[in-house]
Design a protein around this ligand. Sequence first.
Ligand SMILES: Nc1ncnc2c1ncn2[C@@H]1O[C@H](COP(=O)(O)OP(=O)(O)OP(=O)(O)O)[C@@H](O)[C@H]1O
Length: 250
Amino acid sequence: MTTSSVLHAENVVKELGSGAGLVVAVKGVTLDLVPGELTLLMGPSGSGKTTLLSILGCIMKPTSGTIRIADQSLDGLSAEELAKIRRDHIGFIFQSYNLFPTLNALENVRIALDVRGVKGFAATSRSEEVLREVGLGHRLTNYPGNLSGGEQQRVAVARAIASSPSIVLADEPTAALDSENGHAVMSLLSRIAKEQSRSVLAVTHDPRTLGYADRVVRIEDGRIVGEERRPEGINAPEITDLTKRRKLHA
Ligand SMILES: Nc1ncnc2c1ncn2[C@@H]1O[C@H](COP(=O)(O)OP(=O)(O)OP(=O)(O)O)[C@@H](O)[C@H]1O
């Protein structure tokens, strides 16, 4: 475990199914997430990416192994205690955005604060603030049906960061987006990691995302088979360019 690690997973194993259908989806994964980095988790279909993400996000308990988040071990915690860790430390972003269709952009973000006990004016102003941060200050009252896919995913990013989690987990965040919106969302995730010192981990198959990564972790058949660090600054020109484009489209 590194001293600055906000999440440490040690020798995590996850079995799914039972009897003849038993699958060992994760086979002894050790992984650290540190602030300020965008890490990509890449691997073929069925390699255990979503299962591992669910365990790191306290959605699923490992069969064995340990997870520490913000220096707290998750061993033996009840479902309620895990839910509290999740609420306090983790923001999620999904491939299909998972917005409520009957709530507007502001309300979709506000609801994430509401479940954390932030209500009233504080919740509204924080929701506006994060929607502005993701370039959607002019779309506060739009419903998901009246937003593009890229805009919906940016609402989902705003919702994920509204409560200032130290860890943001994203499952295929660009899979449903066209090229330009995919780049804009990755640029945003990179910015969230760097400027706000969060640990962002994104599961992806998408080669367009590579230029934004600080680190790429490769998983095959439930095991981490490789890890590369991207040289400092490799993505800087692209991000600058795409950030400008994002602003133009905002
Ligand atoms: N509920 C389950 N019961 C049994 N096996 C399961 C279950 N869920 C997933 N699996 C198996 O566990 C393995 C890992 O699945 P997982 O969804 O984590 O992979 P993935 O890398 O995210 O795949 P994809 O890229 O296709 O989403 C696969 O072999 C899958 O078939």
